[in-house]
Write a protein that binds this ligand. Structure first.
Ligand code: AMP
Length: 285
């Protein structure tokens, strides 16, 4: 039976739970999320459970990582559904601070990662990664976990967080989990609920296109030709392409010509909804 999961809305409550666990010698894993939980999030929680004695899931729609014209206000929120899912998933605590708890009056500190964040999502979303870096740093200091789990779905974010933790000597091990997908290939995303039925039908073309690029590269084709073809295919399916790019899997530097090891990343809009996805080269299967 699903247990009733404890909820902390303040830092003091969070630290009360953590202190008890630490006293008992238990290890802790943190899974940071923005809520509206889906199977992708649940896979992170599963990994967290396998890695540590206690699992804290944070749910915080972080205003500082949204631009002024982005969807902060309309970002999907489902507190009751999330609490239910987390009880069933076997998490131990939900940390659900409000904006004032995270950013009290006079808050004036920003964490900026100067490498890895300037292009791809960083180009289209100025200040996005400053918001991510600041809130992740806060969550890691607040929770002081042994492990923190992030998804490859936000591949650029994952690399940026690894760099942040290394650069600031934050004593946590970052674990990563592969992208979970719907049966038709669409990556689970909280934003998928915003797609109209027609857009939802087109949405799997994003993953199909990235997979085609990966297969083209594996068969020795150069980046340029396959990327031109990919952009055309996405536009034909109704996407407005923000970027589709072949990058070094660790440095995210642009790659050209034939490549054997890479990450193919894309961001594209269907209507107002921005979808991101990525695949490795070589494709695992
Ligand atoms: P979000 O709530 O969108 O900020 O995501 C919270 C965490 O879940 C991030 O580390 C994401 O990379 C991860 N995540 C989101 N979607 C997926 C997915 N489809 N598969 C695996 N992880 C995901």
């Amino acid at each position: 039976m699903a247990k009733t999961i404890a909820t902390a809305r303040t830092l003091a409550e969070l630290r009360g739970h953590l202190a008890k666990w630490r006293k008992a010698g238990e290890t802790v894993a943190l899974v940071p999320t923005m809520g509206a939980l889906h199977d992708g999030h649940l896979s992170l929680i599963e990994l967290a459970r396998r890695s540590a004695d206690r699992v804290v899931v944070s749910i915080f729609v972080n205003p500082t990582q949204f631009g002024p014209r982005e969807d902060f206000r309309t970002y999907p929120r489902d507190e009751a559904g999330d609490v239910d899912k987390l009880g069933k998933a076997g998490a131990d605590l939900i940390f659900m601070p409000d904006v004032v708890e995270m950013y009290p009056a006079g808050f004036s500190t920003t964490v900026k990662i100067c490498d890895l964040t300037n292009d791809l999502c960083g180009a289209a979303r100025p200040n996005h990664f400053d918001g991510v870096a600041t809130v992740v740093t806060k969550l890691l200091i607040q929770c002081d976990p042994d492990y923190a789990v992030f998804g490859e779905k936000d591949y650029q974010q994952l690399l940026a967080v690894r760099r942040l933790v290394r650069d600031l000597d934050i004593p946590v091990e970052i674990l990563s989990a592969p992208i979970m997908r719907e049966p038709d290939g669409l990556a689970f995303s909280s934003r998928n609920v915003k797609l109209t039925p027609a857009q939802r039908k087109s949405a799997p073309v994003l993953y199909q296109t990235l997979s085609e690029i990966a297969r083209d590269l594996e068969s020795g084709k150069g980046c340029d030709a396959t990327l031109v073809k990919a952009r055309f295919k996405l536009e034909a399916a109704g996407f407005r392409v923000d970027y589709v790019s072949v990058r070094h899997p660790e440095t995210l530097k642009t790659l050209e010509g034939p490549v054997r090891q890479a990450r193919v990343l894309a961001a594209a809009y269907l209507g107002q909804t921005r979808l991101i996805d990525n695949v490795p080269v070589p494709l695992k299967d």
